[in-house]
Design a protein around this ligand. Structure first.
Ligand code: FE2
Ligand code: FE2
Length: 168
């Protein structure tokens, strides 16, 4: 099966705030030891395209957390949140496309979990804006997303890897 994956579109390459993966703290002084989400091997599914997207989302979460913590402007925080939202949407559609092509029997439930999550985000975005809303979404994501990867996502790995030598 051929999987078409395009990285998330960045609307304005000149605006560093829209490249959140580049602003994850790099040193302890910048807050590297305060990352909101620390990636480790337990999150690895062994399906490269999905692992890459999961890691991108992790970077975006950490960027958003960092920008909120250092008190950056609402416009930068909203732009970063917007990028994170785009990454999640792209990821969900990639994952669902893969599950559909592989005739994963739990696709309906998995899609419903993604949709329920997306509704939560949309409801929060509709009822507020700025740093407070972004902080609420960040906390919700940090709670929901690792659990989703390690339980619901992990549940489809055996089905996808059966008889497959590589998911490159
Ligand atoms: Fe998922
Ligand atoms: Fe996922």
């Amino acid at each position: 099966m051929k999987i078409n994956y395009s990285p998330p579109k960045v609307p304005d390459e000149d605006n560093y705030s829209l490249r959140p993966a580049c602003i994850v703290p790099q040193t302890k002084a910048e807050g590297l030891d305060q990352l909101a989400f620390v990636w480790d091997d337990s999150y690895q599914l062994g399906i490269p395209v999905l692992d890459e997207q999961h890691r991108t989302i992790a970077s975006n979460l950490n960027s958003l957390s960092y920008l909120i913590r250092v008190g950056r402007s609402e416009s930068i925080i909203e732009a970063t949140l917007n990028t994170l939202d785009q990454c999640m949407r792209i990821h969900f559609s990639t994952e669902e496309e893969i599950l559909e092509a592989a005739a994963f029997p739990g696709l309906k439930e998995h899609r419903a979990a993604h949709q329920a999550f997306s509704r939560q985000i949309q409801d929060r975005l509709a009822s507020g804006s700025g740093t407070t809303t972004a902080d609420g979404i960040l906390r919700f994501l940090i709670d929901w997303w690792p659990r989703h990867i390690t339980s619901e996502d992990r549940a489809f790995v055996a089905h996808l890897t059966q008889g497959k030598e590589s998911w490159e």
